[in-house]
Design a protein around this ligand. Structure first.
Ligand code: SAH
Ligand code: SF4
Length: 354
């Protein structure tokens, strides 16, 4: 069993206490933060401001890397890169980097697998393995920050939309967000971070109370409970009435625009009547709708609608005053959809990762 502390699990104060137990002065903590979060070193051996002995002591007590790159794939257009990381217990998670205009957006995972069981989602189809620790969430970002630095780039945006339900791992995710946002940490503006939730109403309310400047997206996919529950089992626990109430409270509390996500599935939720039902549900809210063309997965038979259908759906929303964009489908050829690489690899290599 690994009894070492994981560097990326620690905030500055916890690191100071950890160092104290090793008889080291507090200022070493800032030095280590500077080295790993600002200078983006990968290994303690690179921190040459520390003596060799000190580096040795620290590496005996602490892990500075826990994610093991297993497989990396680049889409044919070169714009999307996906990494499958192995965790210390042999499970695997995915992180996706998307280059778009001048932005480098990273889509990170919050759990290994997911307990929410959304029928069209590859991660949901795998089931839940475990929560990621704060450090395992942060290190996904640090890995790519280091890689991008080699070409003079940096991570500009983070979306917590990879594997897992972030609000089902609330504390670890928020601690990670705070680290990434911390001026002594990665110093990424909160407004550049987006969390997507399947709609856990109590956590939406909690998040609204905490008033972080982080963006929030809600996976809606249906505007009536019958259809939504057939796609997203969580709708039975938090039906639309309760979910929309929490969303309105979030908007009132934070005055921030909320994003609703809608994966278009042919003849399931992509018809004109579905768009009008959505208009009715969102009327008067400060919001934005993101349409995603369904990414086909192994265990779901739904089909992806045509681009014309997506445009027609979008037009109904915008004509009725609801801003709406069609999100580009990225990295389909590298199974970049949520959980798809892990699902694909599991099948082809018969490894027991998730
Ligand atoms: N658990 C969170 C975040 C991860 S999923 C959530 O559900 O919001 C990120 C987004 O991808 C969600 O909107 C989810 O519904 C969507 N998604 C999952 N599988 C998909 C698929 N096969 N095709 C299109 N969108 C999908
Ligand atoms: Fe989990 Fe989100 Fe996938 Fe649903 S869509 S199973 S909540 S990761």
């Amino acid at each position: 069993m690994n009894t070492k502390t994981f560097f990326y699990d620690l905030d500055l104060d916890s690191l100071k206490s950890e160092l104290k137990t090793l008889g080291l002065p507090e200022f070493r903590a800032k030095q280590l933060f500077q080295a790993f979060y600002v200078d983006l070193v990968e290994d303690i051996e690179e921190v040459t401001t520390l003596s060799k002995d000190l580096r040795h002591t620290l590496s005996e007590k602490m892990d500075f890397n826990r994610l093991k790159p297993i497989e990396s794939l680049l889409s044919t257009d070169g714009e999307t890169a996906k990494m499958l990381f192995g965790l210390i217990d042999g499970r695997a998670i995915e992180t996706v980097l998307m280059h778009y205009d001048e932005r480098q957006t990273l889509c990170i995972s919050s759990q290994a697998g997911c307990a929410m069981g959304c029928v069209f989602c590859a991660t949901g189809q795998m089931g839940f393995a475990r929560n990621l620790s704060t450090g395992e969430i942060v290190e996904q970002v640090m890995h790519f920050a280091r890689e991008l630095k080699k070409t003079g780039q940096n991570v500009t945006n983070i979306v917590i939309m990879g594997m897992g339900e972030p609000f089902h791992n609330y504390e670890a995710v928020m601690a990670a967000v705070d680290f990434l946002n911390d001026p002594l940490g990665l110093n990424l503006g909160a407004r550049r971070i987006t969390i997507s939730t399947v709609g856990l109403a109590p956590e939406i309310l909690r998040f609204a109370e905490e008033k972080r400047q982080v963006n929030l997206a809600i996976s809606l996919h249906a505007a009536n409970d019958e259809l939504r529950a057939s796609l997203l089992p969580i709708d039975r626990k938090y039906p639309l009435y309760e979910l929309m109430q929490a969303c309105r409270e979030y908007i009132n509390n934070t005055r921030r625009r909320l994003t609703f996500e809608w994966a278009l599935i042919s003849e399931v939720n992509d018809q004109d009547k579905d768009a009008y039902e959505l208009v009715k549900l969102l009327k008067g809210m400060i919001c934005h709708v993101n349409l995603i063309q369904l990414n086909p997965t192994k265990k779901y038979r739904g089909k992806t609608p045509s681009h014309e259908r997506a445009l027609a759906f979008q037009a109904i929303l915008t004509d009725n005053g609801i801003p709406c964009t069609i999100r580009l489908r990225r990295g389909i050829d590298i199974h970049a959809g949520c959980g798809q690489l892990a699902q694909h690899q599991r099948k082809s290599e018969k490894t027991d990762m998730i």
